[in-house]
Unconditional design. Structure first.
Lengths: 288, 354
């Protein structure tokens, strides 16, 4: 067989290499570079080895923001998933209600994130905001700028408002792909509404729900813009989540070395959790 | 078990009905005996699935009533009617084992664990699923899954009727044959009323004692496979059943006789009524012979299928297909054909004249 050897095809791959290099590899390697060194600006670097990593891993400040982040993500997953599924189940399957619901559901997803933060900031202001004012006028002592519980409540509520739609839309798509014969068979088998949900709808939604959980985990674990605009991490450090803390360390204190080490640890945590989660969800899939 | 009576059943998916085409079912009357095997046969969109869903209670008919053993069940739901239905695509509960799938309809009806266990094992034995009882149902092949669907229908001993909605569509051809014989065997064993919906004439004719042929929402003929073949009551049955289908050609009816191509065609049926807007003569390709005199035709094409030859011929009124045995010498050019008068029928406005 006569094979022509021609390596020119590699030229076609070059643009991708360049793109990936500039938007992923180079910035990431810069961060890696920073994480092992101390810098005082003007491109003067001193080798520090694993010092920043050790410092971050033992830092109480990091532990605290990681803990806040984990609790926040856990709470919003706990609320958004069941709520999203529930809304998807109650949405109409045909008629004029479908486009109305879909448009209403998509709206929060289309709003720029900093606008969401600003909207909720104004909405929740205790003196002039509709939410804050109403809560105070019916007797709640509500002030998200000063009380950490209120700040958490507002941040969670904002995220639920902003992102539950994503779970709804994914679940709705999953539900709509179920053949009517499944419902008919269940009806004939005498299944209850709960049985239908448990044995038909939930298993059939498994793939979209895996996607929903992964997306919501990643986005909420890396949340920055909305709480930055809403609370700025406050009051005190009450809503100082990981990414907010990271930015404070990198740009506020200009501790580039520790901030780089923290970024890498942060990145590895997200990667690890996603991997564990995905493997768990797909374990049964592989067996069948 | 029950006998099934349908009275003047009509159904429309539209809120307002203006003409015949707005109806999915029109005036269906059926009397089915207890323990019979029936097939509903017709092309896609003829209303057979609609009819099936009405019998099972998944749909409420627009008009008419359904009786099981003379008891009106029109307003009852599928559970109250105690029926089983098997669908075109295998419906299984993915997360359950094969055992739990089969046990599910029994559990929902509150049977004791011991009863459930013996019934599930009996059905699994019958369907050759015993070895996979503890496997997850989602891991089975398409025919295995369809067997589970079948098993969930058969596991309840109290069902009035078991209905099949084209259950072999997704099954491989060689397994189709196996499952079909299985169904026939089960019917003989458990002796329950079974209704089988299909668009495949072979499936219908091999499964059922009585075949109901449907066309545009109406029943055009009910009969045994032989009756449908030998004496189609409607031109549609002639076309649809048999391969190739019946030859149906325009003719004139004068003085109770069929005039075709300038000749009087002898027939065994007595023709009384004559006031039709369209009259036709029908003869199956199997009942036409080449002869010395008779209708003159041009031979257009001969296709040899191995077992027999299909001869396409042409006369002034249209094309006529002739089925000849493989050993028959087919004349070339022009020839004469004659019809077997026992199987020559006249049709007025598509319905048989008799």
């Amino acid at each position: 067989m006569n094979k022509t050897f021609n390596q020119k095809a590699w030229y076609f791959v070059i643009p991708v290499f360049v793109l990936v290099a500039f938007n992923a590899a180079v910035p990431l390697m810069t961060v890696v570079n920073y994480s092992f060194q101390e810098t005082f600006g003007s491109n003067v670097f001193a080798w520090e080895g694993t010092r920043w990593f050790k410092e971050i891993l033992h830092s109480e400040r990091f532990h605290a923001s990681l803990g806040r982040q984990a609790i926040f993500t856990f709470i919003i997953l706990l609320i958004q998933l069941p709520l999203g599924i529930f809304i998807a189940l109650t949405m109409p399957k045909k008629g004029w209600g479908v486009p109305v619901c879909l448009i209403l559901m998509s709206m929060p997803l289309l709003i720029p994130w900093n606008v969401v933060g600003a909207m909720w900031n104004i909405f929740a202001l205790p003196d002039i905001g509709f939410l804050g004012n109403s809560l105070n006028s019916i007797g709640f002592d509500y002030n998200f700028t000063q009380q950490s519980g209120d700040a958490w409540f507002t941040t969670v509520l904002m995220d639920v408002w902003h992102w539950t739609s994503l779970v709804v839309l994914l679940s709705y798509a999953g539900l709509n792909s179920i053949q009517p014969a499944y419902y008919q068979a269940a009806e004939i088998d005498g299944a209850s509404r709960w049985d239908i949900f448990r044995y038909i709808e939930l298993p059939k939604m498994k793939k979209v729900l895996t996607l929903a959980i992964l997306l919501r985990f990643m986005d909420s674990f890396m949340i920055y813009t909305e709480p930055f605009v809403l609370t700025g991490g406050g009051p005190g450090n009450a809503t100082n989540f990981l990414s907010l803390d990271l930015v404070k360390m990198a740009l506020g204190q200009f501790d580039l070395g520790p901030a780089a080490a923290m970024s890498l640890i942060y990145f590895l945590i997200v990667l690890l959790i996603c991997w564990i989660f995905y493997s768990l969800m797909m374990k049964n899939e592989a067996r069948t | 078990m029950a006998k099934i009576t349908l009275k003047k059943l009509s159904h429309s998916y539209l809120a307002n009905q203006n003409n015949d085409s707005d109806w999915a079912l029109r005036g269906v009357d059926i009397d089915w005996k207890d323990g019979g095997a029936y097939a509903l046969l017709g092309p896609s969109g003829c209303g057979k699935t609609t009819l099936l869903n009405i019998i099972s209670g998944l749909l409420k008919p627009t008009e008419g009533e359904i009786l099981f053993d003379d008891k009106d069940v029109t307003t009852l739901n599928p559970v109250e009617r105690d029926i089983a239905q098997i669908f075109q695509f295998p419906v299984i509960y993915d997360t359950m084992t094969v055992y739990d799938n089969l046990a599910f309809p029994l559990k929902n009806r509150g049977l004791s664990d011991i009863e459930i266990d013996s019934k599930v094992k009996e059905i699994a034995e019958m369907l050759e699923l015993s070895s996979t009882l503890n496997n997850r149902a989602s891991g089975l092949t398409a025919d295995g899954k369809q067997k589970i669907s079948l098993g969930r229908g058969l596991v309840r001993s109290d069902v009035n009727v078991i209905m099949f909605d084209e259950p072999l569509t997704v099954i491989d051809p060689h397994l189709k044959w196996v499952l079909r014989s299985k169904l026939k065997e089960l019917h003989q064993k458990i002796n329950r009323t079974m209704i089988y919906v299909t668009h495949d004439q072979i499936e219908a004719l091999t499964f059922a004692d009585q075949v109901v042929v449907m066309h545009e929402g109406q029943i055009v003929q009910t009969g045994t496979p032989v009756e449908l073949f030998e004496k189609p009551k409607h031109t549609f049955v002639g076309h649809f059943i048999g391969s190739p289908g019946m030859n149906i050609l325009p003719c004139e009816i004068k003085n109770g006789q069929i005039n075709f191509e300038g000749k009087v065609l002898p027939t065994n049926t007595r023709i009384k009524k004559t006031n039709f807007s369209k009259t036709q003569v029908g003869i199956r390709p199997e009942f036409i012979n080449f002869s010395n005199d008779g209708i003159q035709v041009k031979i257009k094409r001969v296709s040899d299928t191995g077992r027999h030859k299909v001869v396409d011929t042409e006369c002034k009124s249209g094309n006529i297909k002739v089925l000849a045995s493989a050993s028959t010498e087919i004349p070339t050019g022009s020839a004469h054909i004659s019809f077997d008068q026992k199987y020559t029928y006249a049709y007025g406005d598509n319905w048989i004249i008799e």
